[in-house]
Write a protein that binds this ligand. Sequence first.
Ligand code: SAM
Length: 205
Amino acid sequence: MTKKWNAERKHEHYYKMAKKNDYRSRASYKLKQLNNKFKIIRKGSYVLDLGAAPGGWSQVALEIIGEDGLVVGVDLQRIRPFENENFIGIKGDFTSEDTITKIRKAMEGTAEVVLSDASPKLSGIKDIDNLRSADLAETVLKICDLTLERNGCLIMKVFQGEEFERILKEIKQKFKIVKTTKPASSRKASTEMYVVAKGFKKDLS
Ligand SMILES: C[S@@+](CC[C@H](N)C(=O)[O-])C[C@H]1O[C@@H](n2cnc3c(N)ncnc32)[C@H](O)[C@@H]1O
């Protein structure tokens, strides 16, 4: 059996599981696996989910936080609303000042957790896509400076390109503990990597 065949089978497996369990995307399993391992989101957490559509990560975050806490989901695409009262969806580009203002208003103060599974629109040219992913990561870090509370946590996807080590260095300056990981449900062939960071040093921002 070829590697490609195995990867496709795994892809199909998470797709079927998501459908069966009523998750909005296969990506839900990535956050579930990351959170089981690193215990980032807890009951009652205040969570900002950047690049949230169709809402798979927000859905998992809502399950974990329960009735207290808040999830604010932001995406260029409309996020179909949830029944939960503690979800706020924002349609907008999180690299724009206007959207950042809306995020800060919706968070009513600071976030305890920032999530970003944001991906640029893929051009198919690896170097360009990696650079765009790095640009998004830079903006996510800027949003952390503005919204994340001291000792808060971040889970962020970054493509492993030329800029990856520089971004990682920047994250290590801002957070006390930083790990890179690829959840089992992430395709091996994809360059995506997840950075999990704990202990935001708010005073350095
Ligand atoms: C892989 S999907 C996220 C999947 C999501 N985590 C889930 O579980 O359903 C990446 C998302 O990032 C969004 N995105 C990319 N750049 C963005 C930006 N500048 N502002 C807002 N959303 C952005 C895309 O629209 C896309 O929906």
